[in-house]
Design a protein around this ligand. Structure first.
Ligand code: G6P
Length: 607
């Protein structure tokens, strides 16, 4: 799972490739590498670790050449070492790859028997060795690549360059996205249009199974059978400028600060300011007639989906199923014909969510996606997209995109309730008022910095932390625990507060802090009782609540963090921001790499 980029041009390729890799680092940062054609020969530089390490290597040993390929890796097959870093190849061909070649072991055995010598443990090297063998057998690069592609099983986006062919690059796509960029006497390949944004706005997306032969002057695209197919060039609207931290210590801090703005912008798209009613774009299906909704997503986006389920069920009284994408497609739940598949993804590129989209579609579902990247693979494959207007999210751990997803889902629940006649005008008015109140309330959260820092000092000492909540706030607990694990490497578990006595209570002692999200609402008393049970066993509590909750909580919590008042409906959004802020403060104390935590990637593009 990785980002790939390629250039055939008239300028020095390495700076262009390096900049594009910076924009692809969200796909992985275990290692990076670049290969170029220098005087007809292939030369390459690679480095283990983040892109800056490759930058230092290139400073010491610059790499010339007008044609080249680059790669940023999230390791699947083979450890994240320099040796396993892409590009892979021989003196004849160099390859970068995103995806997994599932029949690599079989191909490797066959190639080794034919005398090919492997340097790495990667599945990708089988592609390079197969093309190399084909070249040695007298095939042209085009024939060698085509013959190789017909042997590959699995998912791939590939870019290849060939010794002795300084103006040639071949790209291929099967199950992993690949974009062709059209420049002025130069051509590009990239995992997405974001990578190519500073280079060109003219983009064509390869269709699944297609492959492309690029020269400086253009591209010829072929299907798997080798027939030339037409290409549709679109104009990308993505900004080409670099995204900075604006003086904040980390992207995460900056993105946390953007919550009020992002919620406001997202709501503005969905709520008519004059009528104060939710207005969705025209949908290609009737919300009133949908028999059932299946929500699917990965990571934080899935937790947004769980809160969305709560809202849809309670406001629109519609049955909703929610499952992580990697499970949904194998569980093969019976799907009601004409039902709605509701996908949630920041990147729109997550492989499991995309695969779930395909299986929901095969099951006769309409596809509605809540996405942050408008020019993503999921956006192209959905019947309808509801945009989160979060702007680029750079920190690997999602923050502002999560609350933007919640803002969209809240509006969708209201619109669905109205379409199905389950909410009154007065109820809609109250919910919309609560939503419109949110940006201001979210801004007030930042005044809680010192209280959250004090709680963080306690949490940072712990090896294990328990997060609790009830109702929609179970998902807030899940989000809080995930954030803590991701960026501070402290083990955290989230539980429905009522379930605590069925197991996790055995863990509780002074060394296991409990973080609870408990707004004063319908479930307050019950949750507070669960916290009493924990307190009675020596548990040390960090409790997020509001003023009314704080008044009823007494002296239960060691750290009582009083959030601005909010409606029950919108409280999960404010509480989510608060638990994200706590995770950030803990990570600061732990001194971890907040924006790029170990072993993670912003977008997981392998299943
Ligand atoms: C990765 C990221 C998470 C994100 C998840 C889903 O695991 O680290 O922050 O929530 O992918 O990504 P998506 O782009 O589909 O929302």
């Amino acid at each position: 799972m990785c980002g790939i980029v390629g250039v055939v041009g008239t300028r020095e390729a390495t700076p262009l490739l390096f900049d594009a890799l910076r924009r692809l680092e969200y796909r992985g940062y275990d290692s990076a590498g670049i290969a170029t054609l220098v005087g007809g020969h292939i030369d390459r530089r690679r480095a283990q670790g983040k892109l800056d390490r490759l930058g230092s290597v290139l400073e010491r040993r610059p790499l010339d050449g007008l044609t080249g390929i680059g790669h940023t890796r999230w390791a699947t097959h083979g450890a994240p070492t320099e040796g396993n870093a892409h590009p892979h190849g021989t003196e004849r061909v160099s390859v970068v790859h995103n995806g997994i070649i599932e029949n690599h072991a079989e191909l490797r055995a066959e190639l080794e028997a034919a005398g090919q010598c492997f340097d790495t443990e990667t599945d990708t090297e089988t592609v390079a060795q197969l093309v190399d063998l084909n070249l040695k057998r007298g095939m042209s690069p085009r024939e060698a690549a085509h013959a190789c592609l017909s042997r590959l099983h699995g998912a791939y986006a590939l870019a290849m360059i060939f010794a002795g062919h300084p103006e040639l690059m071949i790209g291929a796509r099967h199950g992993a996205p690949l974009a062709i960029g059209y420049g002025d006497d130069e051509m590009f390949l990239g995992s997405d249009s974001l990578a190519l944004a500073p280079l060109t706005r003219r983009i064509a997306y390869l269709r699944d199974g297609d492959w492309a032969v690029l020269s400086r002057g253009g591209a010829e695209v072929f299907d798997a059978a080798g027939r030339q197919v037409p290409v549709e060039i679109t104009t990308s609207a993505l900004p080409g400028n670099a995204i900075g931290k604006d003086g904040y210590r980390h992207y995460m801090e900056k993105e946390l600060r953007e919550h009020p703005l992002v919620i406001g912008q997202t709501l503005q798209r969905m709520i008519d300011a004059a009528t104060r009613r939710v207005v969705l774009p025209e949908l290609p299906f009737d919300l009133a007639r949908i028999p059932r909704i299946t929500i699917t997503a990965c990571g934080s986006a899935f937790y947004a989906g769980l809160i969305g389920r709560w809202w849809l069920e309670s406001e629109a009284r519609i049955p909703v199923d929610a499952d992580v994408a990697s499970e949904l497609r194998y569980r093969e739940p019976p799907l009601a014909p004409g039902g709605l598949g509701l996908l949630i993804s920041q990147s729109g590129e997550t492989a499991d969510t995309l695969a779930a989209l395909h299986s929901l579609r095969a099951g006769g579902q309409h596809i509605l996606s809540v996405l942050n990247v408008a020019e993503s693979t999921m956006a192209r494959e959905s019947d309808m997209v509801l945009d989160t207007v979060a702007g680029p999210e750079i920190c690997v751990a999602s923050t502002k995109a999560f609350t933007a997803q919640l803002s969209v889902l809240a509006c969708l629940a209201i619109a669905t309730g109205r379409a199905r006649g389950t909410i009154s005008d007065a109820r809609e008015e109250a919910l919309v008022a609560a939503l419109l109140d949110l940006p201001g309330r979210a801004a007030e959260l930042f005044a809680l910095g010192p209280a959250i820092q004090a709680a963080a000092a306690m949490v940072a000492e712990a090896r294990d932390v328990l997060y609790l909540g009830r109702g929609a706030h179970v998902a807030v607990a899940l989000e809080g625990a995930l954030k803590l694990k991701e960026i501070s490497y402290i083990h955290a578990e989230a539980y429905a507060a009522g379930e605590m006595k069925h197991g996790p209570i055995a863990l509780i002692d002074r060394s296991v802090p409990i973080v609870a999200s408990v707004p004063s609402g319908r479930l307050f008393e019950k949750t507070a009782s669960n916290l009493q049970e924990a307190r009675a066993r020596g548990g040390r509590l960090v409790v997020f609540t509001d003023a009314a909750g704080a008044a009823r909580m007494g002296r239960l919590a060691e750290h009582l963090i009083v959030l601005p008042d909010s409606h029950d409906f919108t409280a999960p959004i404010l509480h989510s921001i608060a638990v994200q802020m706590l995770a950030y403060e803990v990570a600061l104390l732990k001194g971890t790499d907040v924006d790029q935590p170990r072993n993670l990637a912003k977008s997981v593009t392998v299943e």
